[in-house]
Ligand binder design. Structure first.
Ligand code: DQA
Length: 147
């Protein structure tokens, strides 16, 4: 099964961006880590990043009919984007929301997520490991829906 792993704004700067919060791993490191976890779970991954809200909306729409699930770290759009929420709800796919940092331990404005309203589950605060856990959780969800 194909899973879209979508990353939002500024995540292209991983490794150089506020490493005390987001760690020293780059987005490419994160991609290979996620691909490895996917292979181990029998999943295939389409891993993408965009700084542009509408592009993420387009990718969520593309996933509908093509993918079996969506893993998304929408970055700051998590806290602002009704458009990404609407796209996720229209996709009718299992959605796992991931954040590298623990958004509940940070600024008040990060503690609300539009994405969560469409998410089957949420993982935050575990750094890049969260992406691996999301892949394993997605494999479980898909296996359970087949049973
Ligand atoms: C983030 C948390 C968001 O609040 C922030 O805007 C990001 C990254 C995370 O992965 O911890 O860009 O989604």
């Amino acid at each position: 099964p194909l899973i879209y792993v979508l990353n939002g704004p500024n995540l292209n700067l991983l490794g150089v961006r506020e490493p005390a919060i987001y760690g020293s791993e780059t987005l490419d490191d994160l991609r290979s880590r996620t691909e490895k976890a996917a292979a181990a779970s029998g999943l295939t991954i389409e891993f993408r990043q965009s700084n542009i809200e509408g592009e993420i909306v387009n990718w969520v729409q593309e996933a509908r009919g093509k993918a079996k699930g969506i893993i998304i770290n929408a970055g700051a759009y998590t806290h602002t984007s009704v458009a990404i929420l609407d796209a996720l709800q229209a996709a009718e796919l299992p959605v796992i929301e991931v954040h590298l940092s623990n958004i509940f331990r940070r600024d008040q404005f990060r503690q609300h997520s539009y994405v969560s309203l469409a998410a089957t589950g949420v993982i935050c605060g575990l750094g890049g490991k969260g992406y691996e856990l999301a892949v394993a959780a997605m494999a479980n969800i898909l296996a359970a829906s087949k049973a």
